[in-house]
Write a protein that binds this ligand. Structure first.
Ligand SMILES: Nc1ncnc2c1ncn2[C@@H]1O[C@H](COP(=O)(O)OP(=O)(O)OP(=O)(O)O)[C@@H](O)[C@H]1O
Length: 347
């Protein structure tokens, strides 16, 4: 594909995403615009993983963003690795919800988006992968109001072990969306994606994160709440009974008892046929046109908790309980937020 880079439209941990125009569209194989996700050598592995997973998932699921290929360019003397992706003209759901100033989306829109994400997840899981970073920033909104799952940089084969429990806490993705088994046992399987979907549904509907962050709370206290005890993420009271029941199936602490994406697709919250007239009305209400000059950035404030690819404490200690394990991570030392060979964090 021949393409020309245009304006940046988003920034991630390792990459910049730009709008690009495609010059060879005559064959009809490529659309006139694509999103080009670019990284230097530091982010190349994440891009390569994303391409490999997207290639294996194929093009036959409408709820997963399409990949048109990859290439390399030299820009300002630096080699850039590029991934050519289907362009979502209305950006991520995170950007769109932010513009609603603390309000959420109408429930019927949330139901429709949830059904789409579930179909995407079913396809990912049926092909033996877990996304591992599902969040509103990675659900993209298209001009026709449809949504697709994007950002497979952290996706992995479900059987693959990411780290043993003895390796300390490993964080993939966003702590606010982390499942209890990921906090307690470093488990990142398809079940963890379903937990994250529940967090995304709460945020779509309420405009607020599923875990309320109390004053003075910090990253470790959030992990304690997720991993230890019976507390669950917030289930909005003004959500319908079907919606609350749906969330109660996502927020099951034991991953073996949590519903799968396949099971959730039959839940009345998403299985009902929505009245098309209502949808058109809501789409008009919610037509926040994506503007390329409004470049999205990943969160930088501590309470928005940036994404980590992997944080390993390096501890070899065995713990008897999750509580003991998470408590052991508390420290008075000031962390050195720098990048070394083994630590890949920080924005
Ligand atoms: N295909 C696309 N079409 C339109 N906008 C996109 C597309 N892909 C990404 N973006 C925008 O760029 C942002 C960053 O992209 P993405 O999340 O894929 O990068 P990343 O480096 O993997 O980020 P993260 O820090 O979330 O891991 C997204 O939140 C979104 O706003």
């Amino acid at each position: 594909m021949e393409w020309v880079r245009g304006e940046p439209i988003g920034y991630g941990t390792f990459s910049t995403v730009s709008l690009a125009t495609v010059s060879n569209t005559d064959s009809g194989e490529f659309p006139p615009f694509v999103a080009v996700k670019s990284a230097d050598s530091y982010g190349a592995a994440s891009l390569a993983n994303e391409k490999s997973v997207l290639d294996k998932l194929g093009d036959d699921c409408n709820e997963i963003v399409r990949c048109y290929g990859a290439d390399r360019t030299v820009e300002n003397g630096e080699e850039m690795h590029n991934l050519l992706l289907e362009y979502a003209s209305r950006g991520s759901l995170a950007n769109n919800i932010k513009k609603l100033n603390g309000e959420g989306l109408p429930e019927s829109t949330v139901r429709r988006h949830t059904g789409s994400v579930l179909r995407g997840l079913r396809h990912i899981h049926a092909n033996g992968f877990a996304h591992c970073d599902l969040k509103l920033g990675n659900i993209l909104l298209f001009g026709d109001g449809s949504v697709k799952i994007a950002d497979f940089g952290l996706a992995k084969r479900t059987g693959d072990v990411t780290a043993s429990n003895d390796d300390g806490l490993q964080i993939r993705g966003t702590p606010l969306y982390m499942a209890p088994e990921s906090v307690n046992d470093n488990e990142y399987g398809s079940e963890a994606d379903v937990w994250a979907l529940g967090c995304a549904v709460v945020e779509m509907f309420s405009g607020k994160t599923a875990w309320s962050l109390k004053e003075g709370s910090n990253f470790m206290s959030l992990l304690m709440r997720i991993g230890v005890g019976d507390e669950l993420p917030m289930i909005p009271e003004d959500l319908s009974e079907d919606g609350r029941d749906f969330l109660s199936k996502c927020f099951v602490k034991d991953p073996k008892k949590r519903w799968t994406a396949e099971m959730l697709l039959d839940h009345p919250f998403v299985a009902v046929d929505l009245d098309h007239g209502d949808l058109e009305y809501e789409e008009e209400e919610f037509a926040v046109q994506f503007k390329t000059e409004e470049v999205s950035t990943s969160p930088r404030c501590p309470f928005e908790f940036p994404d980590w690819v992997s944080v390993s404490s390096g501890s070899q200690t065995q713990f008897d309980s999750p509580e003991e394990r998470v408590t052991s991570l508390l420290t008075d030392l000031i962390p050195e937020w720098s990048v070394t060979d083994n630590w890949v964090t920080v924005r």
